[in-house]
Write a protein that binds this ligand. Structure first.
Ligand code: BGC
Length: 340
């Protein structure tokens, strides 16, 4: 049986190293060489496993059953009304008080020739877990390829109709965790549209808006700090970016969602997904009171999360992508973080 504190490492031929733990499948380190071969850890977090277990349980974690927010924790499926935990007033966030980030996953080595190394993480979530219907059986492959791709491949099946939206919650800082903020990172998004939020709802309003002419326009690459420091009312609401972007021409096939570059180190990361959305979150709630890697405080904008997903509150919005999973169907989601 896997323990919360068990540490697993994936390595490839190019000195990339991904480290994660049993609890939440939390990715606690991704070591990547820069243009000169200098290695840095590009995910923010804590200095050791004990601190990771005691600290922010979302850092690098697998989130579910429904990652992101559901308005007031309510949804209706096949005529039955469900009320989920309100763990982020007034909403349900990342699967509730005891979300998948908090569970110890069963971890086993996984053999597949496309990966230099891989592990399979599994969990069975009982019927009624966090008040979601259906027993949900989830498998997640963490695979590292010799092409410098960290692949996260999710599948899930249910015994009753339910809703699902899984994601991974790592915050990246390509210069290196603990070296400052991501304001100078350049971000490009394959997204002409995003889903605006409102202060009253604390999440998406249901509108799908053009990014053109707003701070949310990353169609042409620009510095994240430029957006975070703008007067755009959407930015002001969350002191940065905490928004879902609509990936262009979604068709369920893997495509480029985002490209993140740090010119100082020369490191670049591309994000590919078969999902319709990506939540960009600049970590605006970090206030420097916690000590992270390199012994430095985890400050506002210390990292950026790129969470591939279905849209927030989809179960309550008919015009958003479908988040319903029925018996006999398989939920599938692939996310690739590719480093160069
Ligand atoms: C959300 C943030 C939230 C954070 C919690 C992100 O996915 O978008 O609003 O504060 O998770 O770690």
């Amino acid at each position: 049986m896997t323990k919360a504190s068990d540490v697993f490492t994936l390595k490839n031929a190019n000195n990339i190293e991904v480290t994660f733990i049993g609890r939440g499948g939390q990715v606690i380190g991704i070591k990547v060489p820069d243009a000169k071969g200098q290695i840095a850890d590009v995910v923010i977090g804590y200095e050791n496993v004990d601190a990771a277990l005691a600290g922010d349980g979302y850092f690098g974690a697998l989130c579910g059953r429904y990652a992101n927010r559901i308005v007031e924790g309510k949804f209706e499926l096949d005529g039955t009304k469900y009320q989920l935990d309100i763990n982020n007033e007034p909403n349900h966030l990342h699967g509730g008080n005891d979300g998948f980030n908090n569970r110890v996953w069963d971890v086993k080595p996984y053999a597949d020739s496309k990966y230099a190394q891989a592990y399979k993480l599994s969990i069975v979530s009982p019927d009624g877990d966090q008040k979601y219907p259906g027993e949900l059986t989830v498998s997640v492959i963490y695979g590292l390829t010799d092409d410098n791709e960290f692949v996260i491949d999710y599948t899930a099946e249910t015994t009753k109709p339910t809703i699902i939206n899984l994601t991974s919650h790592a915050y990246f800082n390509l210069k290196g965790a603990g070296t400052g903020t991501i304001e100078n990172h350049v971000l490009e998004l394959n997204a002409d549209k995003y889903t605006p939020i409102s202060a009253e709802l604390g999440t998406v309003t249901g509108e799908i808006a053009e990014v053109k002419g707003t701070a949310m326009d990353f169609v042409d690459a620009k510095k994240i700090g430029e957006a975070c420091k703008s007067d755009d009312p959407q930015v002001k609401l969350v002191d940065g970016i905490d928004h879902n972007f609509v990936i262009n021409s979604y068709d369920g096939r893997l495509k480029l969602a985002a490209r993140l570059t740090d010119s100082e180190s020369g490191r670049e990361m591309e994000v590919f997904t078969d999902q319709p959305g990506v939540q960009i979150y600049t970590g605006s709630h970090f206030d420097g009171t916690e000590t992270g890697k390199l012994g430095t405080p985890i400050v506002k904008w210390a990292g950026v999360a790129l969470e591939t997903q279905i849209f927030p509150d989809s179960p309550n919005k008919d015009h958003f992508p479908n988040a319903v999973l029925r018996p006999g169907e398989t939920y599938k989601h692939t996310c690739v973080y590719k480093f160069s």
